[in-house]
Design a binder for this molecule. Structure first.
Ligand code: ADP
Length: 247
């Protein structure tokens, strides 16, 4: 494990990776990169590298898990053994079971589940490299994978965390800030509907700091939302143009 750094924020207000307090890590998003999934997306957020794949809507297996009035959304969050410094066991950990549930619950409100009774949609998230904030980056990628699979949705879901590091509220914590810092507040948002679908808090904040962190995370979500839409356009605008030429 890397040593605990003495200072996470320097005198000029710069963080360990040179970011300002309210700055996101560099983000790269691609949609539709897996040919065997119905929909897929890849995100790099700082050192995080995460793949999401979606299958469905399709017949539910096993059938007894299907619901008569709506579609079932299933999600599996998994960290590759090589995704962290010390080899992680490939078997599902308690944390992965919890994050699978958290990601599913953050995505569910965005999907028109009642359009597909008895059907199922599966999302698989593979964390190839982790550096803090993987639940948020996973939600951002998984929502794009659903959109790429053509699942009808109210809005995309985008997620970002803010937190407290050395008495300062900062945006988009990386691993060291997450572990050494005082608090972490992951937020998922449907920006067009202005609806929060996930709100967690790990650590201790004053009510004022909490409000500042939530607002900062929402601002971060809105910036990432623009990148999500760009990634969808990059894949689908050429398709639309080709169709127009054929007509
Ligand atoms: P999130 O990734 O959403 O912030 P956590 O707060 O649980 O979720 O984890 C923070 C970070 O801790 C992860 O992003 C990852 O970098 C690191 N981490 C998680 N599990 C392990 C592990 N088994 N070994 C080493 N580092 C881990």
């Amino acid at each position: 494990m890397s040593e605990k750094p003495e200072k996470l924020i320097d005198k000029k207000g710069c963080r360990l990776d040179g970011r300002k307090l309210d700055e996101l890590r560099p983000i790269k998003i691609e949609v539709g990169i897996l040919s065997n999934a119905d929909g897929s997306a890849y995100i790099e957020q700082g050192k995080n590298k995460i793949l999401a794949a979606a299958f469905g809507p399709r017949e539910m297996h096993p059938k007894h898990l299907s619901l008569p009035d709506r579609m079932v959304l299933r999600c599996r969050y998994h960290m590759a053994p090589f995704s962290v410094q010390e080899r992680k066991s490939p078997a599902p950990s308690r944390r992965e079971v919890e994050l699978s549930k958290v990601i599913r619950e953050a995505l569910e409100p965005s999907v028109f589940l009642d359009l597909y009774p008895r059907a199922g949609v599966d999302i698989f998230v593979e964390v190839l490299q982790a550096d803090g904030g993987t639940r948020c980056a996973s939600i951002t990628a998984a929502s794009l994978a659903l959109a790429d699979a053509g699942v009808p949705m109210r809005d995309l879901v985008v997620a970002c965390a803010a937190g407290k590091v050395e008495d300062k509220v900062v945006l988009d914590l990386m691993d060291t800030e997450d572990k050494v810092g005082a608090a972490d507040v992951p937020v998922a948002l449907m920006p067009n509907l202005n609806a929060v679908t996930l709100l967690q808090m790990d650590g201790i904040l004053t009510p004022e700091e909490y409000e500042e962190a939530v607002n900062l995370a929402i601002e971060g979500c809105k910036k990432i939302y623009a990148l999500q839409k760009e990634a969808l356009k990059t894949k689908y605008m050429p398709v639309k143009q080709e169709e127009e030429v054929e007509e």
